[in-house]
Structure formats: structure tokens, C-alpha cells
Design a protein around this ligand. Sequence first.
Ligand SMILES: Cc1ncc(COP(=O)(O)O)c(C=O)c1O
Length: 381
Amino acid sequence: MYLKVINFIKDLYGTPDFVPLSVPKFIGNEKKYLEECIDSTYVSSVGPFVDRFEKDMAAYTGAARAVVCVNGTNALHMALMLAGVERNDEVLTQALSFIATCNAIAYIGALPVFLDVDDSTMGLSPDAVKAWLARNGELRNGQCYDKATGRRIKACVPMHTFGHPVRIEELAAVCAEWHIELVEDAAESVGSRYKGTHTGLFGKIGVLSFNGNKTITTGGGGMLLFRDEELGARAKHLTTQAKIPHRWEFRHDSIGYNYRMPNINAALGCAQLEHLDEYIADKRATAAAYAEYFSNIDGIRFFTEPEGAFSNYWLNAVILPDHDRQQLFLQETNDNGVMTRPIWEIMNRLPMFAHCRHDSLENTVRFADRVVNIPSSVRCL
Ligand SMILES: Cc1ncc(COP(=O)(O)O)c(C=O)c1O
């Protein structure tokens, strides 16, 4: 049934036997910078590439401060701690996300509350958040509480799904109204902007991932983005074992974390960042080719960037008419050398999060049953 689509994707990627979903591209100074690390012996927690990558990324995104971490998951954990989330707090988020968003909430002993996503963004809906808070929220002593559970609602974590920015200004406004901290899971959206501002810079803290499948990679890696330089400095301290700087003494002033990205990974990041805008231009051209092709295919909708957004199109997505056709599409493409994947299982269908509170999740369930990611790697460079 989907043979024509399979042939189109293979042609787009130069007719290989197998088209992967999303693989990294190394076309610049990666080897040179890695050699510098090895020649200097600075491969681990000391070395100049960490500072350089942080400075370069802060300049690229417009953040007051950027702090690198070992991966996006522990960057999220750190972000939630810095936002003041504590055991038994509730955190408003989307059920339609990669597991790391929820896991980071669970590491603290807090509870995710799953609210619906927008049809236009696939990310957390400000309308759903507003409706939930109007029904369940209560302000007491400058803090927001859930009337039904008595728990504090401390933070809200939207995720920019597949690189497409959510309606982040509206989310920021509703969070401000209810005294809730906004932490953006921008793991998938490096280079994506909303009305010209980089994702991750609308709330208290933003988190990026540089995992191997992302738009740029450091092997494994993550980053915290801050508008507040002082909070960024606090993050730097906590992600480096809370060690008080001294040439030879070991003194620590609080419980810290070994979350700092090694120099060798940061070296890769510096080289990758030099080509990020080219990668995004290439990925956007691929998305435009898909959009045009699928506009003539009955029963398949190609997901495009929402209004006001500039998306990195990290992973391209199509929406099939129903669950059966989603499964058929997955079967036929994967049987014929085109790697595709369904969107994630929604979080409250997983045993560890099945007990969490949620709203109707109407759009969430519709997307979960129908969305498939199609090949999205950089193509022409
Ligand atoms: C939405 C989302 N959040 C968090 C992460 C976690 O990042 P990492 O794999 O670097 O830990 C990822 C990706 O892997 C992600 O897609």
C-alpha cells in the first residue's frame, strides 16, 4: 500500500538499500578537535572545550549562561531541582514525550500531571493548562496548590516535540499567573525559535540534548540554558560536585552532582555547532520536499511547523488516518529498508506513571495512535 512513499523516501536520500531515521553528520573540525584533546591529555573533566562550548552555545542561543551536562536527562533533573521542585510536588507536563521528561520528575519524588497537547504543535497546550488550573488550582501564600490532592504544583514542563516550538508565550503567561516555574524541555529543539527567540529561553531554565540522534551531537550530552546568569553559576557549581574552587583543597558546600560534560564530548560539540545552521537549512529543505510530496497523498498528513515558529525539523512526522494504518505503514516501511518509528507510548500508559493525574488527553491519544516519524538525517552536506 505504501510502496510509492517508500520509493519517494529512498530517492530523496539517494536510493540506498537502507535509510536510517536520524544519524549524525561530521563534516567539520570534529577529528581535529578530538585530536587536540588526546594530544593534550585533556579528555575528561578539565580542558578548554567545555568553557568554549558553553560560551559558543550561549552566544548562539542568546542565553545569559549555558551549562553543559553529561546528558539531557540529568540536565532536566538539575533544572527541576534549581526550579525548587521537591518530593511530593506536582509538575504539569505532557504525556506525549520521551520518557526522560517524566523520569527527571520522578527522580525528585515529584509527580507528573499529564495534560493535553495542541493539535498544531504536538506540545503542551496552554488551553489545557489554563483549564486544569481553573478547575484544580488554588493560590495560597504565593504558591499554587492542587485542590484535590493538597499537593503543591511547583513547575510546568512543556516539550518542543520533534523540534516544533509550543505556544510558549501563552504557557509562560499562565505559569506567571499561577506562580508556577516554567522549565522547557528543549531537548529536541536546538536551533528552533519562537518569534525569533531560541527555545529554552522563555521560562526559568531550558534543557537541550546532544544525544547521537539529535540535530547536533556530543556523543552523549545535555545543556542548561539560563536567562539569569546567577542561576547559571549555581548550576555550574552543583553540576561539578559543589566543589569550592581551590588549586589543591577538596571542599564542598552542598550535595553536588557529577553532571559535567567531559572535555572530549565538548570538543565534538564545538565542531558540530560550527555547522548547525547548515544542518538546519538542509533539514528544512527535506521537510519542504516531504510537505510537497505528501500534500498530494490521500490519507497522510505531513506535520509542519506551527505559526510563529522556526523549527529545526529534528524528526519529520506523518499522521496516518487511524491506528491500523499507522501499524501497516510501520510494517511496510521497516520491511523495505526505510526506518520509521511510532511516536512514544504515552506516559500514563506505562506502569510507573499509570497512577498519575491527567486530563482528557484527547489530542495526545489521537497522535499516539497515528503518528510515525520518517527519515530526517541531514541529506545534502
Ligand atoms: C524530549 C526529550 N527529553 C529529554 C531527552 C533526554 O536527553 P538525553 O538522551 O540526552 O538524556 C530526550 C532525548 O533523548 C528527549 O527527546
